[in-house]
Design a protein around this ligand. Structure first.
Ligand code: CA
Length: 367
């Protein structure tokens, strides 16, 4: 079952005029945790206070919820609210947002398109997980409309982006903080869970502005996340992809943090891509180690995303610029229309699953 006892993702919901509070999805219902666990930490409109309690509390709470849902008759209809009666909110207060670039295929494809005369991968790429600091304040929950950004598209050229794109990514949510100067400890002690991310990207603005400091306004206008945060404990793990050269000691993998997650990207209802997460080059424990190796602190609610998930096959690319090979081969939709980049009114939905575990979806419509 996609939303059974082995899944139980967390979200923030409200019903009618009631204030938002934390719940757990179970089937087509949401379990109201404030009412069923009698714990005020869930009465706030954000997962942050609960995430800040740390990994022991996360494990104990998950076990308690599983026991209650399985055996406890005190869980009543009053605590299990049908999803169609609630509104879902941004599940956590986003502290800092970092976006990595961990897919070898995506980085190679973009290198070929943005720098056709050079080697696709820069010399640093296989030595460290490349990333940049994004804009936490414009992370929005699934369903929020995305306004086409305006910006500079070249020397003296200003206007709405004509190359609006998506990036299908996996986001990791920090629960346990670190102090300034302290490196992160074990991955599962800091990372609470995962969420789906659509890193909306204006390719024309990006191509003009990104030299030499990297992505800026072409990315910061909106980043959408799914309403559910799936606990790490629910995800099947696989060995990470082989790496050459061997990374430095601080990036050495101590456990299998490859994740076997299948993504699906739909554009106006048509499936356009199925990117596999299992082929990602850098694993999330390596991203966390790199993010904190310089002593930068972590805060509860920090979000770091994997970068676009792209596989080796043409139908596995996680962005339109790759699917249309730099805008030269349009996508044919079942409506008879074609797309190279997004038009106003287009809806993109990214969903994912790990075996039987659904990670839900993140959707947005361009306006
Ligand atoms: Ca990205």
């Amino acid at each position: 079952m996609s939303w059974g006892l082995d899944n139980l993702p967390y979200g923030v919901f409200s019903r009618g005029g009631e204030p938002p509070r934390v719940g757990v999805r179970y089937g087509e219902h949401i379990l109201d945790l404030t009412a069923s666990l009698h714990d005020e930490v869930f009465a706030t409109g954000s997962l942050n206070p609960f995430m800040a309690r740390g990994s022991t509390a996360w494990r104990e709470t998950r076990a308690l919820i599983q026991t209650k849902l399985r055996d406890d008759r005190s869980v009543t209809q009053e605590h299990l609210i049908p999803l169609d009666q609630v509104r879902l909110h941004l599940p956590f207060e986003v502290a800092d947002y970092v976006d990595f670039y961990c897919s070898l295929e995506h980085a190679s494809n973009l290198g070929r398109m943005f720098r056709p005369d050079e080697e696709p991968l820069k010399p640093n790429w296989r030595h460290l997980p490349v990333g940049y600091h994004g804009r936490a304040g414009t992370v929005v929950v699934s369903g929020t409309p995305v306004t086409r950004p305006h910006g500079q598209r070249g020397a003296g050229v200003f206007g709405p982006s004509a190359k609006l794109d998506i990036e299908a990514e996996l986001g990791f949510v920090i629960g346990t903080p670190t102090a300034l100067g302290e490196r992160a400890g074990s991955f599962e002690d800091h990372v609470f869970g995962v969420t789906l991310v659509n890193d909306w990207s204006a390719r024309d603005i990006q191509a003009w502005e990104y030299v030499p400091l990297g992505p800026f306004l072409g990315k910061s206008f909106a980043t959408s996340v799914s309403p559910w945060v799936t606990p790490l404990a629910a995800l099947p793990r696989v060995p990470g992809r082989e790496q050459d050269p061997e990374p430095l000691d601080y990036l050495r993998r101590s456990a299998d943090w490859g994740l076997d997650i299948e993504f699906e990207v739909t554009l106006n209802g048509d499936v356009v891509s199925r990117p596999p997460y299992s082929g990602m080059y850098w694993t999330p424990d390596q991203m966390l180690a790199h993010l904190t190796v310089n002593g930068a602190s972590l805060r509860t609610g920090d979000l770091f995303a994997s970068g676009t998930v792209s596989g080796a096959q043409p139908g596995q690319r996680g962005s339109l610029i790759e699917l249309t090979w730099n805008g030269t081969e349009p996508i044919k939709l079942s409506s008879g229309e074609t797309r190279t980049f997004l038009e106003n009114g287009d809806t993109v939905t990214i969903s994912a699953r790990a075996g039987d575990i659904s990670l839900g979806e993140v959707t947005g419509t361009v306006q």
